[in-house]
Write a protein that binds this ligand. Structure first.
Ligand code: ADE
Length: 231
């Protein structure tokens, strides 16, 4: 799967995608990420990419021309499944969206800065707008990294244990059950007996029960979802 990212802060993105699972995915060529500096398409001597808001108001707006030039150049090279703008007023990002996006081939991510991008670019090019939560980041870069990480780890062959993505929190509208490793007793706290029995059907039933109890307690909204596995 291939990601193109358009940003005015390329440095912000290279580090979070260069470690652990993401780096392994890139090393195996299962994931390719290209970061494009919007400044290369900036206007004038100063390579400007933003300007004041029409109608007044605090904060700069990213101009149409540099963004359009960058997007056109990329669209000439690749066909995109989605052109995504990261923005706090977008669709709330969920695991189901990550699952669906992981089935695609090419995604283009546009990172906003300052007040955001001119509405006309959204109208003209963007096919999906995503928010990673009800808070405002200073730019879309960290949100883009969240998207790439959450999608990248779902690609076949990226995780060592292929089943482990399936048992993540949220995959069945359930939070994950508690997990334990050695030692079997630590500071007087014992690992639940059932996990030491080797009775895997029983262990599986226990995990499901724990997952449901944890979800009921912490995120009852997930259980009451009409289209969910438990609704
Ligand atoms: N850009 C700024 N804040 C954001 C958010 N919460 N989600 C996605 N992109 C953003």
């Amino acid at each position: 799967m291939h990601f193109d990212i358009i940003t005015v802060l390329p440095e912000l993105l290279s580090s979070p995608l260069s470690h652990s699972i993401m780096q392994r995915a890139k090393d195996k060529d299962l994931l390719t990420v290209e970061i494009h500096d919007l400044r290369e398409y900036g206007l004038g001597k100063h390579r400007s990419t933003d300007d004041y808001q029409f109608g007044g108001g605090a904060g700069m707006v990213m101009r149409c021309e540099p963004l359009a030039a960058a997007i056109d150049a990329l669209k000439a090279q690749r066909e995109y499944d989605e052109i995504i703008y990261l923005t706090p007023d977008g669709e709330q990002y969920k695991q189901t969206r990550a699952n669906r996006l992981s089935l695609g081939k090419n995604l283009l991510l546009i990172c906003g800065h300052y007040k955001g991008i001119d509405q006309r670019i959204r109208d003209e090019y963007v096919t999906l707008e995503i928010s990673i939560g009800d808070y405002v980041l200073s730019g879309g870069e960290l949100a883009a990294a969240v998207l790439i990480d959450s999608i990248g780890r779902l690609l076949p062959g990226v995780l060592n244990d292929e089943t482990s993505a399936l048992t993540d929190s949220f995959q069945d509208d359930l939070l994950a059950p508690p997990i334990y490793t050695r030692p079997a007793e630590w500071r007087g706290h014992k690992v639940p007996d059932i996990l030491l029995t080797g009775n895997f059907p029983k262990i599986e039933a226990w995990r499901e029960e724990q997952a449901e109890a944890r979800t009921q307690e912490r995120r009852p909204d997930l259980l009451s979802k009409e289209d969910g596995a438990h609704g």
